[in-house]
Ligand binder design. Structure first.
Ligand code: DAH
Length: 336
């Protein structure tokens, strides 16, 4: 098509649109000229066959044609203007629908991963169905330890159990990796507890493990947990260690946060002590390194384990652990 022919075709198309008698005729012309297989899109596709020198002028003419056809269709009530008005009362208020919120346990887990992420920790995962070696033996738990009893642990046969702690993920991580290791391991844990306001047979923990070939000390552990306390609970919250015993750490400590509500002065939540117990921790016992094939002379490290429910309950002031599992929106929506 030459430019002259194009101008002629354009004039014809505009005359046809002007003469269209009804909406159906306008629509038919829209399809003929600017529909997907219409003549104007076909011209644009055929542009590559136009001699190079003529292409800019030709292109301009085609675009102008298209614009004029669109304007002509619109003036006849066709094209975009033909869309039907919405058949609704636009003055009515919108329909309300609830946007869900993160569950407090998920929030604590994600926030912990974020805080430890800043310190170079990644997240490791392990199965809830564990074996005796990972959950007990490699963690230096003596064979007759009460936690192994059938009345305390959900056993499936002699070797398989629902993990009672997230500590077996320490074992899995060390067996699969070489130091330095920096991981946190959040997850579900199970114990044969009767459920009451502060106990549940199914709960959550977040394990932490740092192992390096450089010497690692209890002071490193304390500084990391102090940073975590401050980030998780707010300004002014500090940590204290109390001596304790765990089979897989030596020395072992229990970790308290200073009460974020009364700032350590003593209140109902901290039972007037100014402190709230949140975790167990310590320096990884050399025997644990032996079980995973590390040389205890060459590596050292610390480990810790938090109760997720415990942190959620003190952070959000939740008095009963069962509220976390009942899925009652009257409770959940207060934390949204
Ligand atoms: N696994 C312990 C428990 O469930 C918590 C714990 C204590 C984890 C000391 C640790 C640790 O990693 O070092 O009671």
């Amino acid at each position: 098509m030459t430019l002259a022919e194009l101008e002629k075709a354009k004039a014809e198309s505009l005359a046809e649109i002007a003469a269209a008698a009804d909406a159906a005729a306008v629509e038919a012309l829209r399809v003929r000229y600017i529909g997907r297989n219409g003549s104007i899109p076909a011209l644009i596709k055929a542009m590559k066959d136009v001699p190079k020198e003529e292409r800019p002028a030709f292109g301009k003419a085609v675009q102008a044609w298209r614009a004029e056809v669109e304007a002509a269709l619109a003036s006849k009530g066709g094209g975009a203007a033909a869309e039907k008005p919405v058949d609704a009362d636009l003055t009515l208020p919108g329909r309300w629908f609830a946007l869900g919120a993160k569950h407090p346990l998920s929030r604590v887990i994600e926030e912990t991963a974020r805080i430890f992420g800043h310190l170079g920790f990644t997240v490791a995962d392990g199965p809830e169905l564990e074996n005796r070696f990972n959950n007990f033996t490699a963690l230096n738990t003596p064979p007759h330890h009460p936690s192994m009893d059938r009345s305390d642990t959900f056993w499936f046969g002699d070797d398989t159990l629902l993990r009672t702690q997230t500590s077996p993920v320490q074992i899995r991580t060390m067996m699969e990796n070489k130091p330095p290791i920096r991981v946190i391991c959040p997850g579900r844990t199970y114990r044969r507890d009767t459920t009451d306001a502060t106990h549940s047979a199914n709960f959550h923990q977040i394990e932490g493990l740092y192992v390096d070939t450089k010497p690692v000390s209890l002071a490193d552990l304390k500084s990391v947990l102090a940073y975590f306390a401050h980030e998780m609970m707010g300004d002014g919250v500090t940590v204290r260690f109390r001596p304790h015993f765990f089979p897989f750490t030596e020395p072992s400590v229990e970790v308290d946060f200073s009460c974020h509500l009364c700032k350590g002065k003593g209140c109902r939540v901290c039972k007037e002590s100014g402190w709230i117990e949140v975790a167990g921790a310590g320096m990884v016992d050399p025997r644990v390194f032996g079980h995973v094939g590390y040389d205890p002379e060459k590596v050292s490290g610390y480990a810790f384990g938090f109760g997720v429910e415990r942190i959620a309950m003190i952070k959000y002031g939740i008095p009963d652990i069962r509220w976390l599992y009942e899925n009652d929106v009257r409770f959940l929506s207060q934390l949204a």
